[in-house]
Design a protein around this ligand. Structure first.
Ligand code: AMP
Length: 220
């Protein structure tokens, strides 16, 4: 049997709704020990626990704006210094989002791959406005594209689903988030293209990717 590369350091980049979270779950099927580091998830967790970081982030998240670079970079730097990252690498989801964050990441660590998830704006809108999660375990569903196998019952934890929608998954905030993405994305993509680390993948049907496809994309 071919041994997989034990450490992979990958950045998932794409607009909100491009499926970074879903794609991360698929990577974990191939590399189960790899830490999935989502800056959005870390902010939401802090917000839930009402930490000073969470309360600060809320001001920006509610409007669909970016949390200031200093705050975000320190938070990511801290997470990337942990043992599990040293041992298994990482999937970075939602960071970097500005050129300053990109340059800071290069100071913190090398990466092996920058994956650009390419999706049309139409699909993004459907994915985001239809997205909800199980309040009990956090599993993500979509009313249009990803309903639970049995209506009203969570596939993962078996509980009757109490719908929970992200507070920033509404039409007005989404427009802001997409505009912010478009404004910042170009220089970041150019940066990684120049370093020959950029790879673009069609992310409209990532759920159909097999483990073999994922291995090929990750070059493991
Ligand atoms: P996400 O779950 O990746 O869509 O992120 C949700 C929100 O968290 C974003 O709209 C931002 O307000 C904030 N956020 C997440 N990642 C970053 C980042 N790298 N830089 C600044 N703000 C971020």
């Amino acid at each position: 049997m071919i041994k997989l590369k034990s450490k992979v350091r990958v950045v998932l980049f794409g607009p909100p709704g491009s499926g970074k979270g879903t794609f991360s779950s698929q990577i974990k099927k191939v590399l189960p020990d790899i830490p999935h580091i989502s800056t959005g998830d870390i902010f939401r967790e802090n917000l839930k626990n009402e930490t000073p970081l969470g309360l600060k982030a809320k001001e920006y998240m509610d409007k669909g704006e970016l949390v200031p670079d200093e705050v975000t970079i320190d938070m990511v730097g801290d997470r990337l210094s942990k043992e599990d990252v040293k041992e298994h690498g990482f999937i970075l989801d939602g960071f970097p989002r500005t050129l300053t964050q990109t340059e800071a990441l290069t100071e913190i660590t090398e990466i092996d791959l920058f994956l650009l998830l390419d999706v049309s704006r139409d699909i993004i809108t459907k994915r985001i406005l239809g997205r909800y999660s199980c309040k009990n375990c956090g599993e993500i569903y979509n009313i249009y594209t990803l309903p639970p196998k049995t209506e009203g019952i969570c596939d993962k934890c078996g509980a009757e689903i109490k719908f929970e929608q992200r507070s920033d998954d509404n039409e007005e905030t989404l427009k802001n988030r997409l505009d912010t993405y478009e404004k910042n994305a170009k220089p970041i993509i150019k940066y990684y293209k120049k370093k020959k680390l950029m790879r673009k993948i069609n992310a409209e049907n990532t759920l159909e990717l097999t483990e073999k496809d994922i291995k090929k994309i990750l070059e493991v």
